[in-house]
Write a protein that binds this ligand. Structure first.
Ligand code: ADP
Ligand code: ZN
Ligand code: ZN
Length: 818
């Protein structure tokens, strides 16, 4: 009897492909294994076996597979179900989900480019003959295509060879050449070697009697060293001895103290420190934990709303402990892993080597390892921490899913497909595994809070900060008024400056939040009003002082700053608006003594950009940190006592139905960085609209008020959570074709179903990288069937593609667009 398999190929076509297999292969193959298959004239793809059967395809002759790539399934049945849900809900192909779900090393194909791993010294004797041939070829040629490799080893089926070479770290994949991981450096201090004996130390202290401050530092260090064998951080010594950086520096200069660095690997656990017991919860945390468990007992997804610094993480820790005791896996999703190294080290203190971290920026090998560990339910992957892609892992015994900062919009993948929301996909994943799901946030999304209100989700809250530290004192400062009275220095009000002085005097740290990067968004000619535009996109170029350049934030186009206006030749050019870079410059001249740092996309490029700045601020090497919304994401700094929001208005004025919700979340989160430990923190929000409702709600912590008002507006204008929205984007380089195509599509939508169809409309930036864009927004009421709507849309797309003029127009769906 003939045997066939249906295979998922990692391509955008919405169908499976049938291949024929031999009797022998049929015995070995299982669903979820990988096979190398030919496709088209000369392509080779890696595909996933979806089903095994005896029915030949109707329309074509099934080709034979090249070969099996696995001995056991690397994709589970539950994963396949989950991925099918993602494909159908987010309107993309199963192949696109597979491409985004599997680490690149699992999906070698004919177009894959390989190169030599120069970082790795290897013993040539360890290579088999065919492996050696490839290795040798890569000495002469820096990059090889898989097809070229086939010619070198004189056989068609080379994927297994390449797989072995990858495992042996001999080669790298072109698209995955990542920076090598650089551990964080922390500054430590010890007594200089001449002073380690008791006598010498006494002599030293005698010498220092006339320098009491220095003597205090030495004494404290001596005591600290007696108490613990652990290395002592410079920042720790400074705090314990009530001293300053200057005093410590002078001791280092005199060689009484020695500074040294230890690499602290923030992500891979060194296994040295003992696991700590988790903390005893306070009564509020206990209460929340009891509620959560009760709600889990009813198999409900549960929302935990806890104000910033209320100790949500410690509640998660208790749940994780219980889950581990049952031998089950936990998935801990975070919006952005690069910014959460603090949290990871904290969890490592409790769970040590049971933690695996999954990150799209890790290299192939690391990701494949985590995949295998999760698949085999190894103890070193009992707690998986990751950003959204971690939910694709092959969990076999999932017991708990935590989605931290669930309101964060970065949980939604924007590009490419699948354009999924990791929080929502995690809820579905939890269901498939019958695992508990907890969503946590200080400022829940309107959707999740709504689900709690209507009883679909369980709910509990913590309304106090841990240790009863008060919520920061928030003050709105009217900068319109201040500007009229000429009471502004640059972008700083007198109020903010005063608070900054006090904070610096007290030795505390300051965060300044400005929602824009760069120096000033625009360059404007004072004579003719001309503003330089990007040649590829419909936007004005922004001015970056640091490089003295004009840059496009959409396509990366940049040019040197013109000396004269290119339109009229006038030399009088002015910069309008302001961004983080200008704030940094102003701060530095207003407070020349203070050390100022900046955290935005420009200063944190690369994998370690964040870490350097976060570490410097943590270690109090910086007094003031200026930054964009990156600053809002769950950072736990101990010494920040003032947060200044430079201008709240740019957030409020964003043209988006979520602008108000987002403003509330952003301002509350950034304010939450202030006064987390002892003293009550202070927040100054500068604005032109001090009477704006949202700002009042932020300053009074009135989440319910914000929610009620937003829900009312969403009901009025048919937005989520009362309606679902699907955004359809059309893309084409020809303006006329794009317009015709979008009109045709929206016309068909309007005649074919009752839902609300808005547009087509140009987005604020209507051309990016020389492609014109147009959107249609479809609103589907919750009483309509979403599945029915989607299949209607797909039908329309079929007729659309039958029109030859439109076939080259790209149609992109974004379900639950946010
Ligand atoms: P959140 O995640 O709600 O912002 P965290 O979990 O970061 O709050 O807690 C804030 C601070 O309080 C942290 O420094 C944490 O170590 C401390 N903390 C929270 N709960 C406890 C507890 N039960 N015992 C001791 N310290 C706690
Ligand atoms: Zn001009
Ligand atoms: Zn551009």
């Amino acid at each position: 009897m003939a045997n066939f398999i249906n295979v998922i190929l990692p391509i955008p076509l919405e169908r499976l492909f049938t291949y024929s297999i031999t009797e022998e292969e049929a015995k070995l193959l299982q669903t979820g294994m990988r096979v190398a298959v030919p496709f088209g004239k000369s392509k080779i793809y890696t595909g996933i076996v979806y089903s095994i059967h005896q029915t030949p395809p109707q329309a074509y002759e099934a080709k034979e597979i090249h070969e099996l790539l696995d001995d056991y399934p690397i994709v589970t049945q539950v994963q396949l179900k989950h991925w099918e849900w993602i494909a159908s809900y987010y309107m993309c192909s199963l192949g696109e989900v597979v491409r985004s779900a599997l680490p690149g090393a699992f999906l070698l194909e004919s177009e894959t480019l390989v190169l030599r791993n120069r970082e790795f010294e290897m013993d040539e004797n360890e290579l088999q003959d065919d492996e050696f041939l490839v290795f040798e070829a890569l000495q002469h040629q820096s990059i090889l295509k898989v097809n070229e490799v086939a010619a070198i080893v004189e056989r068609k089926n080379v994927l297994p060879i390449l797989q072995r070479l990858l495992e042996k770290k001999v080669i790298l994949l072109k698209e995955e050449v990542y920076e090598q991981y650089k551990p964080k450096l922390v500054r430590y201090v010890k007594l200089g070697s001449p002073y380690t004996s008791d006598e010498k130390l006494e002599e030293l202290l005698n010498e220092l009697t006339r320098a009491p401050k220095q003597s205090q530092v030495v004494l404290t260090l001596f005591q600290l060293q007696g108490r613990t064998k652990k290395p002592i951080k410079v920042s720790e010594l400074e705090k314990s001895s009530n001293s300053s950086k200057a005093v410590i520096k002078s001791l280092v200069d005199k060689q009484i103290l020695e500074e040294y660095y230890i690499k602290t690997d923030r992500v891979s656990y060194d296994g040295n420190s003992e696991n700590l017991d988790s903390k005893d919860l306070n009564e509020y945390q206990k209460h929340a934990l009891t509620d959560i468990k009760a709600s889990f007992a009813q198999a409900k997804v549960t929302l935990l709303k806890g104000v910033t610094s209320s100790g949500k993480t410690e509640v998660y820790v208790k749940l994780i402990e219980e889950c581990m005791e049952k031998g089950l896996q936990t998935l801990y999703l975070l919006p952005e892993i690069a910014l959460t190294t603090q949290l990871i080290s904290r969890l490592q203190e409790y769970f040590g080597d049971k933690i695996a971290i999954y990150h799209s920026k890790y290299n192939v090998q690391e990701r494949v390892e985590v995949w295998q560990n999760v698949l085999q339910a190894k103890s070193k992957a009992q707690l998986v921490i990751g950003a959204r892609s971690a939910l694709y892992l092959p969990f076999s015994k999932l017991g708990l899913v935590i989605v931290d900062e669930e309101h964060e919009s970065s949980f939604k993948q924007f590009d490419p497909a699948p354009r999924y929301h990791a929080r929502d996909a995690a809820v579905v994943l939890g269901n498939l595994h019958e695992a508990n799901v907890l969503l946590g946030s200080a400022t829940p999304s309107v959707e999740s809070y709504h689900n709690a209100q209507i009883g679909k989700y369980g709910y509990t809250e913590i309304t106090r900060r841990f240790g009863n530290v008060l919520m920061p004192d928030m003050e709105l400062v009217d900068i319109k008024e201040a500007a009229r009275k000429k009471r502004m220095k640059g972008h700083f009000s007198e109020r903010l400056l005063l608070e900054m002085e006090d904070t610096l005097l007290a030795g505390d740290q300051i965060i300044l939040f400005q929602n824009r990067r760069g120096f000033a968004p625009l360059l404007e000619c004072l004579t003719c009003g001309h503003t330089p535009q990007c040649p590829n996109c419909d936007v004005s170029l922004t001015y970056h002082q640091f490089r003295n350049q004009l840059r496009c934030h959409y396509c990366g186009h940049h040019s040197a700053l013109p000396e004269v206006c290119i339109a009229c030749g006038s030399p009088e050019l002015d910069t309008k608006g302001f961004g983080t870079e200008q704030i940094e410059t102003e701060v530095s001249s207003l407070f020349p003594e203070a050390k100022v740092g900046r955290m935005d996309l420009d200063t944190t490029r690369g994998k370690h950009g964040y870490e350097k700045i976060i570490t410097a601020f943590e270690q109090q090497e910086l007094d003031i940190l200026v930054g964009t919304q990156m600053l809002t994401k769950g950072l736990d700094f101990r010494n920040v006592n003032l947060v200044g929001v430079m201008n709240a208005d740019s957030l409020l004025n964003f043209p988006d139905y979520r602008a108000h919700e987002r403003t509330y979340q952003l301002l509350t989160q950034v304010s939450g960085r202030a006064g987390r430990t002892k003293k009550r923190g202070k927040v100054i929000i500068q604005t032109y609209n001090p009477y704006h409702q949202i700002l009042k709600q932020v300053t009074t912590g009135d989440y319910e008020g914000m929610y009620a008002e937003q829900l009312y507006e969403r009901e009025q204008y048919k937005y989520p959570p009362v309606n679902r929205i699907i955004k359809v984007t059309f893309k084409h380089k020809n303006y006329t074709i794009l317009n015709e195509a979008a009109d045709w599509f929206s016309g068909a939508l309007r005649t074919n179903f009752g839902g609300t169809v808005l547009g087509p409309e140009y987005p604020p930036v209507a051309r990016i990288r020389n492609q014109y864009l147009k959107h249609i927004l479809i609103k589907v009421s919750t009483v309509q069937s979403l599945a029915q709507t989607k299949s209607n849309i797909k039908r329309i797309e079929k007729s659309f593609n039958a029109i030859s003029l439109y076939r080259s127009v790209r149609v992109i769906y974004n379900v639950d667009h946010i």
